[in-house]
Design a protein. Structure first.
Length: 265
């Protein structure tokens, strides 16, 4: 399979962010990250976001919350950040521990600070970084989506709904996981290492691997890429695929929120 170079796409996006932030000559955008629990994939993603934020000129503030706290306590933290004028944008690292109502927690964020674009009333200028990354991949390979079949694997309903909406707008048919071998586009975001094998992917398919797991010191995706190497098609690697792009588009949203805050003063 042919590799879609996510790092290359991400670097272009980040170069544009740095260029714009430099023009402000002082003020820097800020992002609050809320991490609930101890999922290894979530901690890895948060760590990457903190590192990339420093590179592009965005101040990140991490709020770590134990999974045994009440939902009410989480909502109090969000309310505090909503009211904090020094915080431009807020991110809830998903997926959340099962006991929490993700929809309720996301809905508690000020929609004008929702950097992930999951709030039902988020501004039109904020596009989910993951969805923006998927779209960027398909644009990179000039994928003709009309009438094609897509199969999705995910464990976050919030993410799944957004992805289905994007693909439906692209005139694609969403098929069941049982018929995955018929998919022209396979997107997986499970965090289950090497789950997707050769028998699940047809010739000429595009495979977008959003899953990421750290195991025995290695970073693994949902797709067993070595098993798919002889199949004709395109694939995003892990690491180096969707991950870098998601972070780049995340900070592009932080910048968009910051710019509107500056303009409103």
């Amino acid at each position: 399979m042919e590799i879609i170079d996510g790092r290359k796409i991400a670097e272009k996006v980040k170069d544009g962010i740095v260029s714009e932030i430099c023009k402000f000559n002082g003020p820097r955008p800020s992002l609050a990250i809320i991490l609930i629990g101890e999922r290894e994939d979530s901690k890895l993603y948060v760590s990457l976001k903190e590192k990339e934020g420093a590179k592009v000129g965005v101040d990140t503030h991490l709020y770590k919350i134990d999974s045994d706290v009440s939902e009410e306590e989480v909502l109090k933290v969000i309310d505090f950040l909503n009211k904090d004028k020094s915080i431009d944008s807020i991110l809830i690292q998903l997926p959340l521990p099962e006991k929490f109502n993700a929809d309720k927690i996301i809905a508690a964020i000020n929609p004008e600070k929702d950097v992930d674009g999951f709030h039902p009333r988020h501004p039109d200028y904020i596009v989910s970084p993951v969805l923006a990354s998927v779209n960027a991949c398909l644009e990179e390979i000039k994928f003709d989506s009309r009438g094609k079949k897509a199969c999705l694997f995910y464990n976050s309903e919030v993410f799944g709904l957004g992805l289905k909406k994007l693909l439906t707008e692209m005139k694609m048919e969403i098929i069941s996981q049982e018929t995955v071998c018929r998919a022209d586009l396979l997107i997986t975001a499970l965090g289950e290492p090497l789950k997707i094998k050769k028998g699940m992917v047809k010739e000429g398919a595009v495979v977008i691997d959003i899953g990421i797991t750290k195991k025995d010191g290695k970073v693994l995706g949902d797709v067993d890429s070595s098993d798919l190497k002889d199949i004709d098609g395109f694939i995003t690697p892990v690491p180096g695929g969707i991950g870098p792009m998601t972070i780049a588009f995340l900070f592009k949203n932080v910048l968009e929120i910051f710019k509107r805050k500056i303009d409103s003063k």
